[in-house]
Design a protein around this ligand. Sequence first.
Ligand code: TYD
Length: 206
Amino acid sequence: MFLTFEGIEGSGKSTQLRRLAERIPNAVITKEPGGTPLADRIRAILLDSSSQLDPNAELFLFAASRRQNVIEVIKPALARGAVVLCDRFTDSTLAYQGFGRLINLDQLRTLNAWATDSLTPDLTLIFDLPEEVGLNRARSRNAEAVSDEGRFEAEDLRFHRRVREGYRTLAVSEPNRFAVIDGEGEVDEVFARVVAEVTKRTELLR
Ligand code: TYD
């Protein structure tokens, strides 16, 4: 079983992922960009605000990071029968590079399929909240962080609004795979929504 967690900056998905993993005995946690030592090096380039990245070069780095993670971590774990929880996956590319940077969605889908051997999540949780709320959370967190991972937080509100709308559009197009979760409120409240959706759609928490 392969679950992915999606949403704009500061949507709370990473916190919710960790909470859910505590309830699933054979959970394997991973994230993108990153997830392997090599992909973590790619991540550093992608998120460093001093990187002057061309949009297509950015896209290819996300794809390269994803490929390493799929081959080294996700596929072997699924083959062992583990439940894999991944913080961001192919839908981040559609939302950020597609709806955010306006790269052609069909080309992105082709690249995603290439990078993953067409691996598709069984369930994708999208944490939805107003972009102002998410960005404020993300920026205050980033101000405290030691490493500089602010390149996407530095994008303007319109960019993040397009990303949010992009996720909502994706969710409408594939309602069986996506569950949109209201990300506003306290961690416990949001987690109760996560548990409800995961219980409704999978056997994991039964
Ligand atoms: P991350 O620290 O994981 O952000 P968050 O804490 O919000 O999850 O940084 C990942 C950033 O990279 C985030 O801004 C979204 C962006 N991203 C893309 O633009 N495309 C992608 O395919 C992926 C995986 C991430």
